[in-house]
Design a protein around this ligand. Structure first.
Ligand SMILES: [Zn+2]
Length: 68
């Protein structure tokens, strides 16, 4: 299963890798439950997964929120 990481902020592709369902589970991602967590993970009709994250550029340009 192809997993692509996309920046949720600018849409840049951060990276992609090929993982088995077992490897995904070990990462804490359940491919079958992907639709339940649409904010972060989207599944394409092809079965590929898109995981939304933030690229380094956006992380660097964001204000730092410090816990009080
Ligand atoms: Zn970005």
């Amino acid at each position: 299963m192809k997993v692509t990481y996309i920046c949720d902020c600018c849409g840049a592709i951060i990276g992609s890798l090929s993982l088995t369902e077992e490897e995904l589970r070990q990462m804490g991602v359940d491919p079958r439950a992907a639709e339940l967590d649409e904010a972060i993970i989207k599944s394409a009709p092809t079965g590929d997964l898109f995981i939304y994250s933030l690229c380094e550029t956006c992380v660097d340009s964001m204000p730092v929120f410090e816990a009080e």
